[in-house]
Design a protein around this ligand. Sequence first.
Ligand SMILES: *[C@@H]1O[C@H](CO)[C@@H](O)[C@H](O)[C@H]1NC(C)=O
Ligand SMILES: *[C@@H]1O[C@H](CO)[C@@H](O)[C@H](O)[C@H]1NC(C)=O
Ligand SMILES: *[C@@H]1O[C@H](CO)[C@@H](O)[C@H](O)[C@H]1NC(C)=O
Length: 309
Amino acid sequence: MKKLSSSLLVLPFLVLAVIYLLVSPDDFGIVASRATRCNDDTPVTSTPSTTNATETSADFRLLLGVVTRAELYERRALLRLAYALQPAPARAVIDVRFVVCRITREEDAVLVALEIIAHGDIIVLNCTENMDDGKTHSYFSGVPKLFAGAPYDYVGKTDDDSYYRLGALADTLRDKPRRDLYHGFLAPCHTDPGTQFMSGMGYIVSWDVAAWIAATDELKNDVTGPEDEVFGRWLRSSGKGMNRYGEQTRMYDYLDGEMRDGANCFRHALVSDTVVVHKLKDRLKWARTLSFFNATQGLTTSMLYHVDM
Ligand SMILES: *[C@@H]1O[C@H](CO)[C@@H](O)[C@H](O)[C@H]1NC(C)=O
Ligand SMILES: *[C@@H]1O[C@H](CO)[C@@H](O)[C@H](O)[C@H]1NC(C)=O
Ligand SMILES: *[C@@H]1O[C@H](CO)[C@@H](O)[C@H](O)[C@H]1NC(C)=O
């Protein structure tokens, strides 16, 4: 059995927290928020079961939002498994949460509610599903209000076709500033650093930057375009996120020998010191990636199954 020590690992089993949080798309403020949990003394953000010692001795706490859509059940199930079976990051709390906009279909209202009851890892923003029209703004401006009672050190955003290796991520962040930070993969490569932004595969800012986004009303009128570029523009134009850290070569798009693409500055074969692999668009790419990172190593021998081909 894997050691059930991280908040991530125990989350699916022990968290009965239900977070149903709604952020208005108009003012991006909280219009209504409801938090029901079995123990009302438990802060919404913490996993009640996490060993106290782990939390208090953590070097930092990070909220990592996986931006996805309500109906993508299979992807969410895969991501949950993938993150739950990773080795726990050392001395860091990384809460992985799925971020979706307002639920509009009858089946999703019920099925997502069930997931929230079972896993407590979904945040529903009061926005309309969109790719490049403000969802990132809804998220980063909503989080500081939603978690005002227990702020994180960092807030990150990633896509549902990205796979962060949380231990490696924690190690890159541990000795970084807790303020004015902007971490990710600087894109496009080979361009003027002054115009680069962190690729949408995954980026992280310190809490003060997220709080600034929430407090800066003008930004909600500047949300059109590729969300990662827009985000970079906000920070650049206001001199925010000056502690920029790019994890080039450790953050990249997936590539294997069966693809027609070649390696380039943002795409290459899997490497062991990976922080993020991106463009995991189908089950086979996920399977090869998880296998490379030894995710199946925990499988014990049994007469009940034989899964090798
Ligand atoms: C969500 O936003 C819409 C549009 O602004 C608003 O009419 C509605 O009341 C909000 N819903 C909730 C539950 O806050
Ligand atoms: C957490 O740690 C504090 C201080 O060490 C202690 O007072 C408290 O009882 C602990 N809580 C739990 C749930 O273990
Ligand atoms: C996976 O496990 C093998 C065998 O223990 C090891 O050699 C390899 O480095 C591991 N791969 C990664 C990416 O950690």
